[in-house]
Ligand binder design. Sequence first.
Ligand code: UD1
Length: 335
Amino acid sequence: MAILLTGGAGYIGSHTCIELTKEGYDVIIVDDFSNSSPKVMERVKEITGKDIPLYRADVADKEALSRIFAENDIETVIHFAGFKAVGESCRLPVKYYRNNIDSTLTLLEVMAEYGVHNIVFSSSATVYGVPKKVPLTEDMDTGCTNPYGWTKLMIEQILRDTATADKEFSAVLLRYFNPIGAHESGRIGELPNGIPNNLMPYITQVAVGKLKQLSVFGNDYPTHDGTGVRDFIHVVDLAKGHVAAVKYVASNKGAEVFNLGTGIGNSVLVIVKAFKDANGIEIPYVIAERRSGDVAECYADPKKAFEGLGWKAEKNLTDMCKDSWRWQSSNPDGY
Ligand code: UD1
């Protein structure tokens, strides 16, 4: 019995592949490499000592996907594949709805044809929209500020409806907070396309000399130092959350949502200082305008994941900063 990872060569997928393999699971990957490199899999092999079966295909390609299900004994799917750039989704909403929703529907059709009932889905804290209060619990209101976020929320709903209709179906919806860090080997990590949108890749590219300085988007938020507060979580902790979710779907039915965060909010300036303390590198920055769509504070209440999945984040901010830098500094130009 194997676990199929759609988008398994991506940042979170590749780290999850390693953690699952460590726990003795057989993993299969389907990825079209639209936002990842085939070299990731060579690095994963270096780390795990295993050749992970890999299919190069688009999840929305029903024929190709059916072949994967026909050739393998798949027990559970972890569905990472999807477009994820917030800004691009605002410019090209139809592209995002078409890709993210279509591929999920195709996946669910093929799963049903082959009698596969278990799925773990990559959702995002972005589905909480503008939080009314923090920390965020899973029962709080949802609503999005961009099409990317809406695709996540719509897929959550599709999975809930599927679980209502099919009593055999089991779905775990994982709402990620802000994953950063990299595998401690420094061999795999996050590789954004072009200039990074997210904070940590931007910081590491400043540190490595590819970008001049960081722009801190706003210092007049109602937070302790005026800069935005987020729940940064180490990607290896996040990957371990998927292992826990795979175990959960194997023994539970229905759809259940869990936050994957640390429960700790850290501001942009705290991250800049933590990076300096961990790596001895000062990050030059300027204060810039607020970025449209940003919220002041967003961090998780991770209690439900602890109680339901037996999972909690274990790595600290120093680990996150050191591991992000090890990856960036040893791979300045990516793979
Ligand atoms: C962003 C997305 C979110 C997505 C998540 C994936 C937006 C509005 N939200 O979350 O939907 O799920 O990434 O990881 O894009 N910052 C700077 N300078 C920078 C970059 C970021 O000051 O160059 C600040 C931001 O204003 C924010 C914090 O750093 O306060 C974190 O930003 P980021 O890493 O982009 O994550 P989110 O905005 O939380």
